[in-house]
Design a protein around this ligand. Structure first.
Ligand SMILES: NC(=O)C1=CN([C@@H]2O[C@H](COP(=O)(O)OP(=O)(O)OC[C@H]3O[C@@H](n4cnc5c(N)ncnc54)[C@H](O)[C@@H]3O)[C@@H](O)[C@H]2O)[C@@H](O)CC1
Length: 511
């Protein structure tokens, strides 16, 4: 798990160190790392170093200073370097170092001409000190861009990006991974990210979030529970109830059911409308239908005897393809009252009310659904606000609905009401495909059912429980993303391709 900090927090940690370090050692370390990546990119793109031409956009602050020192290091290695000074002043020591090394400076109006013969652009215009309202020059797409600390135009705290943001092929970031590089638009324009340690960690405090990767899966699932251990019978491997599907969206129920089974579920009980039942039985023969009367009887029994009672349903997955009918609402209310952990998706989200409750819930909205959830809770935001600061608004919803929120997007954000947040990067944009969310719901349902949450959550530390739920949400997103990556190797990705790859994805990640 990689800790992520708001850009302003890293900047605040740097300031005292900068004051104390008259020898500019931090800046030189940052600049050396930047120059090293620039050399790698030049070799990759031009096959040579000596005689290649590098232009840097240099802003008025320390970000520009990093760029100037990096250019001077490259000039000493035979690269023809030019610093394009965007403001009337620039970092003095950096400028002096550049001139000493034989580098040139130019005014902003010379940029277009310089870009005509440029092998690499270093973007050192603005970093963590960016204020809103910036206007940046347009860079032709064919020129590879290396961003210094943060692509200019990206808010390092939130991931919001100015319209004129300069997308980077690579970003070398200093001190710590910054939130703005891993969520929102910032994530989409940062390219490959390298973190250069500046020894700031002891002064940074608690991270704002963590980026999780494939090898974190064991940790997230808490393998001590050994839920997939040999010898466990099907009830111990998890029993999931699925409330999904409608005449209009029969496929959604099938996709969720198949995903749940493919992730290693013990037993699947399904409540689907009659006209979906035949398709479900033929395509998911493992599923065992649960009739309305049986549900009512089992849940009543469950309320009397605790969750481990006769239902043996450990968790619920609710929502894919569901239609808002009186019967659906009745089922939903029964299930929500029964207190099993559940994952709630798609149209079921619109049937929820904000407020406290005693159930463990993961809500899985995309940005539009998050907007609607927040509006219902009296929080007025626009989809643009959410795109500009997704972690913040996912947290608001987690508080308003007293649940874990998994906000879908190119970066998936999983957050608990106390702010604990995990970020999972989809390895392929193709995951934004119809039915992909239904597959994720099935995966999450299986993980919840297998997790064996205690029957009486009130006796257990509530924060620990919601953190565990957040971990499982991120684990589900990781498995989903990995299945997407495997499927993308064969071409474009459909939800069925994800299903096909799920068992391999789960096995690859050590499930
Ligand atoms: N000096 C050092 O030793 C180190 C510096 N680092 C660098 O320092 C950067 C932060 O430096 P600063 O705090 O100086 O901030 P920046 O260099 O990011 O930008 C601040 C400057 O840009 C101007 N500016 C900001 N927004 C503007 C806008 N919208 N329009 C016009 N001008 C605008 C400000 O007036 C100020 O002059 C980091 O991003 C990083 O690159 C560190 O990463 C490493 C250590």
């Amino acid at each position: 798990m990689i800790p992520v900090y708001a850009g302003s927090r890293v900047r605040d940690a740097e300031i005292p160190l900068l004051r104390d370090s008259s020898d500019l050692s931090l800046m030189r370390r940052a600049a050396d790392a930047l120059a090293h990546q620039a050399v790698l990119m030049l070799k990759e793109h031009t096959g040579r170093l000596y005689g290649s031409r590098v232009v840097a956009l240099v802003g008025p602050g320390n970000n520009g200073g990093d760029g100037l020192f990096a250019l001077s290091a490259m000039a000493r290695r035979g690269v023809a370097v030019t610093a394009v000074l965007l403001a009337s002043h620039a970092h003095q020591e950096g400028l002096a170092a550049l001139v000493r090394a034989g580098g040139r400076t130019a005014a902003a109006k010379a940029l277009d001409g310089l870009l005509e013969e440029c092998d690499l652009l270093i973007d050192a215009a603005y970093g963590t000190g960016l204020r809103p309202g910036v206007r940046l020059p347009a860079i032709p797409r064919h020129i590879p861009v290396l961003a210094c600390d943060v692509p200019s135009g990206v808010d390092a705290d939130t991931g919001a990006a100015a319209d004129s943001v300069i997308p980077a092929e690579r970003t070398v970031t200093f001190g710590a991974l910054k939130t703005g590089l891993v969520v929102g638009a910032g994530h989409l324009v940062s390219g490959r990210i390298r973190v250069t340690d500046l020894g700031l960690n002891p002064t940074l405090g608690e991270p704002e979030a963590w980026v999780v990767q494939g090898d974190d899966l064991g940790l997230l699932l808490d393998r001590d529970l050994g839920w997939s251990a040999a010898g466990r019978h099907k009830y111990q491997r998890g029993v999931l109830g699925l409330l999904a599907g409608s005449a209009r969206y029969p496929g959604a129920a099938v996709l969720s059911a198949r995903a749940a089974v493919a992730t290693g579920l013990g037993l699947l009980r399904t409540i689907v409308p009659e006209n979906v039942a035949a398709a479900l039985t033929s395509q998911v023969p493992e599923a065992v239908p649960l009739g309305t009367d049986e549900l009512t009887a089992l849940l009543a029994h469950n309320r009397r005897n605790g969750r481990e009672g006769a239902t043996r349903i450990g968790a619920w997955a609710i929502g894919p393809g569901l239609e808002d009918t009186p019967e659906t609402r009745r089922h939903l209310q029964q299930i929500l009252a029964a207190n099993n952990p559940c994952v709630i998706d798609a149209s079921a989200l619109a049937m929820l009310e904000p407020g406290e409750h005693s159930q463990l819930r993961i809500l899985t909205p995309h940005a539009g659904e998050l907007n609607a959830l927040l509006a219902k809770a009296g929080v007025r935001v626009s989809p643009r606000d959410i795109a500009a600061d997704p972690i913040r608004w996912a947290r608001w919803a987690a508080v308003a609905y007293d649940c874990v929120v998994l906000l879908k997007g190119s970066a998936t954000i999983c957050t608990a009401p106390d702010g604990y947040a995990l970020i999972v990067h989809a390895s392929t944009p193709d995951l934004a495909t119809a039915g992909s969310g239904d597959v994720l719901t099935g995966i999450l349902g299986t993980l919840l059912a297998a997790a064996n949450f205690p029957a009486t959550p009130a006796t257990v530390d509530a924060t620990a429980l919601t953190h565990r739920l957040t971990d499982l949400a991120a684990a589900g997103a990781l498995i989903h993303a990995h299945a997407g990556a495997l499927a993308a190797r064969e071409g474009t990705v459909s939800a069925v391709d994800l299903l096909v790859e799920l068992p391999r994805a789960a096995r690859d990640l050590g499930l």
